[in-house]
Design a protein around this ligand. Structure first.
Ligand code: TNX
Length: 535
């Protein structure tokens, strides 16, 4: 066995790297490294992997990609889906390598050289999304129990080749499974409208770092972005506004289906959100019957929150949410409908609880599970409802305790602490777009928290995962979106996937730096965070 070459680095980095190869115990050095980033020795391809894999055993010689390399997707009886994963991987590798990489139906085992995709129903240790990637001089074998695992293996393979050009995949075995099942990003397409193409681009970007959920915040005071056949003015009129007075826009059902299918091909589940009972001005501007006095307000293009509320005492309100959630459920293969429930400052607490009871029942009747912001914890979350925590260091102990109580009662938590995971917080005071109500979130801060121990009284087993929301009050262009998301999204992807023992900022910032050329090659407008030694 070849020993993993470890260039001179800090003890923390060394520790994290050792953990990749050996089950030693090690206290990772943590904390924000405010010093300017120094250049350091180049990382090996295994060390560059982001998210850091659970285990790497370097061994023997590698496999050189060349003009004759083929992608093999399994022998007779291999499911069509494996073929599809192979086709997609070949397409992803053709761009940077410039090789033809034909996909052949054939021996997916060790039988022929090249890249072999192998589904192994018996590999129980790899779970729902894990994989093994084994490289010898004759090829690279990707093994998983599920097609999703094969997809993730393919993303690892991409990172083991240069950002541009072809090369040799190093010899050895990567064995890798995720720490958390839910690894998400959220995009707010309500405050500013974005085309579906931009959301698909984000799916490409996040799935290569093994994130598996895209939460889409489809409605808010400033705009309604999804077509609803039974209430057509929602999109037609309510879609025609956005923050700042721009034209807005909305997605047809076909566009939305296209996004959902595109995401599914990359093993990303779309979680649609219709925010209620607050954040509904665009709906009420479209249909006056959704207010208590029956009068439609003007469309809204400012950035205030908490001023609108559905009329909790009116039956028409429940016909509305039944129609909307019914149509949305029919468009949603994933398990969750997110019903918001945040910042309902204009809905009295008793009304809020009564409304959320009925809204949750509607979700269940349409065969879906409820997801909601953590304010639902203080009302009556339905059995199994997933709560998304978006508090921060200054959130009151009582509010945190309500969430912890709900978690211990069996409500899975998705953690999006605003002062670490909110991609719309400015990096520092110089960042042009963004807000700062939860403080600045420089790159090390996005990374330096542990989802498994973050909330007092919440065991890691109650944490379903992590999500990075990008609110768009101040974000209206692709470049600002990418500036805010990258590199922090990569840090959250690693927190969500990698074993706790591998988390170490000093090592992580080198992995981030190593992603720079890949982000450049993909024309991603990332922020060159000064704490990261970008090449
Ligand atoms: C809080 S987080 C909100 C959003 C804003 C965001 C801005 C949450 C559930 N609600 O309405 O867009 O802050 O950072």
């Amino acid at each position: 066995m070849r020993v993993l070459r470890v260039p001179r680095r800090t003890p923390g980095a060394l520790c994290a790297l050792l953990l990749l190869t050996a089950p030693v115990s090690c206290t990772a050095a943590r904390g924000d490294d405010a010093k300017p980033a120094a250049a350091s020795a180049p990382l090996s391809p295994f060390e560059r992997l982001l998210p850091a894999p659970a285990s790497v055993v370097p061994e023997g010689l590698g496999y050189a990609f060349g003009a004759g390399t083929v992608v093999r997707t399994g022998g007779p009886g291999a499911p069509e889906e494996v073929r599809r994963v192979g086709e997609l991987l070949a397409e992803q590798l053709r761009g940077p390598t410039g090789l033809p990489l034909p996909v052949v139906d054939g021996e997916g085992g060790e039988g022929g050289d090249g890249v072999r995709l192998r589904l192994d129903g018996g590999a129980g240790e790899l779970g729902e999304e894990g994989y093994r990637l084994r490289t010898t001089p004759t090829g690279v074998t990707l093994t998983a129990r599920t097609p999703a695992g094969l997809f993730h293996a393919g993303q690892t393979l991409r990172q083991l080749l240069p950002a541009r050009g072809t090369g040799t995949v190093p010899g050895g075995t990567v064995t890798d499974t995720p720490r958390f099942a839910y690894r998400g990003a959220m995009i707010d397409v309500a405050r500013h409208h974005f085309p579906v193409e931009q959301a698909k681009r984000y799916v490409d970007q996040l799935s290569q770092y093994k994130m598996n959920t895209l939460h889409v915040h489809l409605t808010d005071d400033q705009g309604w972005r999804i077509a609803v056949d039974s209430w057509p003015r929602l999109a037609e009129y309510g879609g025609g506004s956005e923050v700042g007075g721009g034209p807005g826009g909305s997605w047809s059902k076909d566009e939305y289906r296209d996004l959902v299918g595109y995401a599914a091909d990359r093993y990303v589940t779309v979680v649609p959100e219709i925010d209620m009972p607050g954040h509904v001005n665009a709906a009420q501007a479209s249909y006056g019957e959704l207010t208590c006095d029956g009068r439609a307000p003007e469309r809204y293009t400012g950035v205030k929150v908490g001023f609108s509320s559905l009329c909790v005492g009116k039956e028409r309100t429940y016909e509305f949410i039944d129609d909307v959630l019914g149509e949305l459920a029919a468009l949603t293969p994933g398990p969750y409908l997110h019903i918001g429930g945040d910042e309902a400052h204009s809905t009295p607490a008793a009304d809020y609880a009564a409304f959320m009871d009925r809204a949750q029942a509607v979700v269940a009747r349409h065969g879906k599970k409820v997801m909601a912001w953590h304010q639902l914890a203080s009302a009556r979350p339905a059995p199994g409802a997933v709560l998304q925590y978006w508090g921060h260091d200054r959130t009151s102990a009582a509010e945190k305790a309500a969430v912890a109580t709900a978690a211990r009662a069996g409500h899975p938590l998705v953690l999006s602490p605003a002062d670490h995971a909110y991609l719309d917080m400015k990096y520092d005071k110089q960042t042009k777009p963004g807000l700062a109500w939860a403080g600045y979130v420089p790159a090390p801060r996005a990374y330096s928290w542990n989802p498994g121990t973050y909330l007092p009284g919440v065991p890691e087993s109650a944490v379903l995962g992590v999500e990075a929301p990008l609110w768009t009050e101040t974000v209206s262009t692709r470049s600002d979106w990418e500036l805010m998301a990258f590199p922090r999204l990569l840090s959250l992807a690693e927190l969500a996937w990698s074993p706790a023992a591998a988390l170490d900022w000093t090592a992580h910032r080198l992995r981030l730096a190593a992603q720079g050329p890949r982000l450049d090659a993909q024309d991603i407008a990332y922020y060159r965070a000064p704490e990261v030694p970008w090449p």
